[in-house]
Write a protein that binds this ligand. Structure first.
Ligand code: SF4
Ligand code: SF4
Length: 130
């Protein structure tokens, strides 16, 4: 899946995928073909139906970040002794990672740090080196 995304992303700047790239259509103001119009409508519709559809299922950056999540020396950690299992961190996670805090090291984490911000128990969710 990652390989397919990387190849497709690379090819997006060259024909033929260049003509159906939503990023090019939006940021390059290339709305001049019916194909790009369809791509844009699909982009908007899927975003309305599924929260962050593009980020979750299409964005190649997410796939690349998932690799670096595994090897990064900086991790988000949860002190299980302090955690009250209130569920706030899972509810506030913008990419809907399931089973937080147990799954706090998920490859899907985008390191937004929202879980650290939202936890009301002091020094429970922290960013750590090592
Ligand atoms: S918000 Fe904090 S206390 Fe609540 S479940 Fe998450 S880590 Fe535990
Ligand atoms: S850092 Fe952001 S994406 Fe990662 S688990 Fe916490 S809230 Fe979710």
């Amino acid at each position: 899946m990652l390989a397919a995304i990387v190849v497709a992303s690379t090819m997006a700047v060259y024909p033929p995928l260049r003509d159906i790239c939503p990023a090019r259509a939006i940021f390059g103001f290339h709305w001049n073909t019916s194909l790009l119009g369809v791509v844009l409508i699909l982009f908007i519709l899927t975003s309305m139906l599924v929260k962050r559809f593009s980020c979750k299922y299409l964005c190649p950056m997410g796939a690349v970040l998932a690799i670096f999540n595994k090897i990064s020396p900086i991790h988000i950690t949860v002190d299980q002794h302090n955690c009250t299992n209130c569920g706030r961190c899972e509810a506030e996670c913008p990419v809907d990672i399931p089973a937080i805090p147990e799954n706090i090291r998920s490859a899907e984490c985008i390191r937004c740090l929202e879980c650290i911000e939202t936890c009301a128990v002091l020094e429970t969710v922290e960013l750590r080196l090592g």
